[in-house]
Design a protein around this ligand. Structure first.
Ligand SMILES: *Cc1c(COP(=O)(O)O)cnc(C)c1O
Length: 353
């Protein structure tokens, strides 16, 4: 049976990417060796790393603008600390927007290194909206936000204009919609939501913002170390980078972010229309802030839960149970999830009596 994979992360990848990846595990580039048993310094793998970094900048429209794309380890969770290490000067302060568990995690780490101003928070309504009209202190070294809140299903539609550096955790919506990415000085994203498998983290950083904190940064936590060594300071996660490359190539062949955004918009429109029109369901996120990637909703009448759960399971749908801290349901609709999978979910929602 065809499975409809709505997992939040790790999550759905294109079938053709999985097929090519499995071939490379057995015989990489007709070398009769596995991708997993060759040196990361071999010409074949160096080409993979270079190509992947290049694809990132190309898809984001950031070529020739001073940006570097890095593939690091430690997840987006380590970037919470690393961005502060690299951008928050000794005795400086940073401004953070708190839109959920992941933002709070970033705030917690930055506090280890300096003063953090939380400019606004949506915690008062369990993060089901995006705060607006807040002030960012003029003396903040940078402003940090989370573009898409994976757990609550909210997404920043309009980013604030800032007079300082702009840092964004785009773990769950990078490459899903067109933005002027040059407005961001630094972007990071764990690969496992919308770019590839778990194991690597993408960091896109403008080189000109680095080296200004006055801190001694441990080598592994210093972006300049990784830039100088082309993301090969230590052994990179070869498989995760390779599969990310295949996924980015798949996206480029499809027509890039502009093309996938249209499909993502169609998927979101289809599911939100059902949530709004079907009296059995209710969306959790404030309408104007609804995420096109993670759709959160509840059944209004809990006694229908057993019937609904049986329906979607029988239809081959997986991964729509809500996050443990939000409850209800969450359908994650990353780039590789087909419109027909969303249609399958809508069809079973219609069957709830
Ligand atoms: C999943 C997620 C994280 C955590 O990513 P890890 O790679 O597991 O550290 C951080 N931020 C956002 C927005 C996420 O969705």
């Amino acid at each position: 049976m065809k499975m409809h994979n709505f997992n939040a992360g790790p999550s759905v990848l294109p079938q053709e990417v999985l097929k090519k990846a499995s071939e490379a595990v057995l015989n990489f580039n007709n070398s009769n060796l596995s991708l997993l048993e060759i040196s990361h310094r071999s010409a074949d793998f160096v080409a993979v790393m270079e190509n992947t970094r290049q694809l990132v900048l190309e898809l984001l429209g950031l070529e020739g603008k001073g940006y570097q794309a890095l593939f690091l380890q430690g997840g987006a969770s380590l970037e919470f600390l690393m961005c502060a290490y690299n951008l928050l000067p000794i005795n400086g302060k940073a401004a953070y927007l708190d839109t959920g568990v992941w933002s709070s995690g970033a705030i917690k780490e930055a506090k280890l290194l300096g003063e953090v101003i939380v400019v606004a928070s949506s915690k008062d309504k369990t993060y089901h909206y995006i705060p607006k009209n807040y002030n960012i202190p003029a003396d903040a070294a940078y402003f940090h936000c989370t573009s898409n809140n994976t757990i609550y299903g909210t997404q920043i539609k309009s980013f604030p204009k800032v007079n300082t550096l702009m840092v964004c955790d785009m773990s769950s919506d990078i490459f899903s919609r067109q933005l002027d990415f040059s407005k961001f000085d630094m972007i990071y994203a764990g690969a496992q939501k919308n770019m590839g498998p778990a194991g690597t983290t993408l960091v896109v950083v403008n080189e000109r913002i680095l080296g200004k904190t006055g801190r001694t940064i441990p080598s592994m936590l210093d972006y300049q170390t990784h830039i100088a060594k082309d993301s090969m300071y230590n052994t990179p996660t070869v498989f995760a980078v390779y599969v990310s490359m295949l996924t980015l190539q798949w996206l480029k062949d499809l027509g890039g972010i502009a093309a996938i955004e249209k499909i993502n918009n169609a998927k979101a429109a289809l599911l939100y229309a059902e949530i709004d029109n079907n009296p059995n369901f209710e969306g959790l996120a404030s309408k104007e802030d609804r995420s096109n990637m993670n759709v959160t909703f509840i059944l209004k009448d809990d006694t229908k839960k057993e019937a609904f759960d049986a329906l979607w399971k029988a239809a081959g749908i997986v991964g729509i149970k809500g996050h443990r801290s939000a409850g209800g349901y969450r359908a994650s609709m990353y780039n590789a999830l087909a419109l027909e999978s969303v249609q399958a979910l809508v069809n079973v929602m219609k069957q709830v009596k």
